[in-house]
Design a protein around this ligand. Sequence first.
Ligand code: UDP
Length: 500
Amino acid sequence: SGNETSNGSSRHKQRPPHFVLVPLMAQGHMIPMVDLARLLADAGSTVTFITTPVNAARIRPVADRIRLSGLPITFVELRFPAAETGLPDGCESVDLITSADLFKPFFEALSLLADPLKLYLSELTPPPDCIIADSMNCWTASVARSLGLPRFIFHGPSCFFIFCSLMLRQHKSLAAVAGDLDPVVLPDLPQRIEMLKVQVVRWMDRPEWEKISQEVRAAEASAQGVVMNTFEELEPWCLERFRKTTGKTVWPIGPLSLYKEEVESKAARGKASSIDTELLLGWLKTKPADSVVLISFGSLSRNSLSQLVEIGRGLEEAAGVPFIWVVKETAAEAASWMEGFEERTKGRGLLIRGWAPQAVILAHPAVGGFMTHCGWNSTLEAVAAGVPMVTWPRFGDQFLNEKLVVEVLQIGVPVGARLPTLFVDEMSQEAQVKGEQVGEAVVRVMAGGMEGEEMRRRARGLGEKARRTMEEGGSSCENLKRMMEVADLQHHVHAAKIKI
Ligand code: UDP
């Protein structure tokens, strides 16, 4: 048709598509989105990155570097409508939520960004070509529709988690299990995996979240493609089944943490680091290869004082294993206990209070193990670095990620956490893990022996695959290119529809 012809001329334009990235305002979602923005810009795209003042301040160290390097990424700060939904001023990221009753207002406030975003994008010249929005930002569906833009969703978690959740819902598996502590076998997997009901129940499955949950699913169904931070070689079976079941075009383009950058820039991922990079690297240099265990529980999870004491006991028990422990607990009692512990383990242990340059630490040759809460970014960062894990899931997708690491990939040892604990709640006594468990798991991963060696070999192998997949000709690299092509094509299809 005439429309196609008139669009056809611009289809052959040389400029790769202009993407609008809309992250979920949470560290675990912002960090990979910033990496994605840089990958797209390196590949020639223009990127508009949507953020809010508090989040923009956090990523300023990286944003400043991006500006200096001349990469065509514009960070746009929209005012976060906290007051409108009764949130405290400045509560603009999930880790700043202090009680469970603020989750709903937080998501409502996010959805109020729809109008300002629409206004901003409608005034851009030339207009952007495609929106990539976090899967939780379902409100971007109407923005894309009204501007005639194609929209892809970005899934932060593992494909294993996404696929298993989908199957659990389709088979209504959880309704058939009576008690929270009763077992449930994950349906439709090629191997038998059993979990406790309470480990897989999602907060979004609760009745009061039904509306948002439905909107999220609808926004996924109507999206023109799905971008995932994983790679084909890591979850081949899951990706294939997910594609078949949903009929969606899926581009795994990770591990995004492998975005190539110099160390100071990597150290500032997410937030300015709390430790001097030189000091950190100097300390690591004194340790033998694969000897250090990193202990960190992500941006959200916190430990009670008694849990900190147990972790400390476990580390003292695993005598001889050097460690870096990232501590975010700031209560006075916790801080004073930490001081004594630090004194007792001087030389062997390094405490980082606040924000650690995690990707830098994991990539260092001295680091040979990672005690993690199994957040997907942390898990994938360990995979990318070829480092075996001690798994200690807390909530959300983390228990399923643990199963992927321990039972499917076999590159980790579980610490033995049974009950979920949400970061806004006080950690219950029953959810706690004993010092002996911590010590034993650390020794199993670090001390070698047949089991340890095998695990390390598998982890290394995956690490190599991860690095290759991001290089020219690798699957993630090719997927990114395909995704850019489809964005370009879809943009013209949409533009043509609007003209008709
Ligand atoms: N992270 C970091 N330093 C910290 C804590 C976290 O760099 O002190 C990064 C970590 O490398 C990962 C992200 O923050 O990229 C956390 O995401 P994840 O999905 O692992 O867990 P969440 O924080 O969402 O629970």
